[in-house]
Ligand binder design. Structure first.
Ligand code: HEC
Length: 135
């Protein structure tokens, strides 16, 4: 009788443990304001913009998002959250304004880039991550 109770408790404990992992990975949706979604990127994705974007990406994003944006950077393993795959439709189907807002505000463990990169640099980074879109 006692061992039955104990094994039930252990099972319950394991269930909670996995539930918390799943919860941590599929966290709540981002609350992007409508006005932010509609914001336009003033920079066309020309060569100078892309090369500026690549430079910022290498310094500020690559360690988590990886060289090709797949979310497999060297720091990604150390994070207890799935690093977004920037090549995915989920990311690529968002507007520039939406990505701009998310990158600017960040969400732990992703740092908020608005204090790290200027507005111009963030728009360039968005142009750059558009090059990760699957062909
Ligand atoms: C410390 C690691 C880390 C760094 C550095 C980082 N990110 Fe992220 N990024 C993440 C994680 C983790 C998520 C998932 C966050 C979430 O869903 O709460 C994410 C999510 C995203 C998303 C997807 C948001 C969505 O729609 O769910 C974009 C776009 C993004 N990052 C771009 C960038 C860019 C651009 C940079 C550099 C300026 C950057 N990230 C730097 C870890 C990082």
């Amino acid at each position: 009788m006692k061992t039955q109770m104990l094994s039930k408790l252990i099972l319950l404990g394991i269930a909670f443990f996995y539930a918390s992992i799943v919860f941590a990975q599929h966290s709540t949706p981002w609350n992007v304001p409508r006005s932010a979604k509609e914001k336009k990127n003033l920079y066309s994705p020309d060569e100078p913009s892309l090369s500026r974007g690549q430079k910022s990406y290498k310094i500020e994003c690559l360690r988590c998002h990886g060289k090709e944006g797949k979310g497999d950077g060297s720091s990604a393993m150390k994070i207890n959250k799935t690093v977004a795959d920037l090549t995915s439709d989920y990311v690529q189907n968002q507007t520039d304004g939406e990505l701009f807002w998310k990158i600017s505000e960040g969400r732990s463990p992703m740092p908020l880039a608005k204090h790290i990169l200027t507005d111009d640099q963030r728009w360039d980074v968005i142009n750059y991550i558009r090059t990760f879109k699957k062909k």
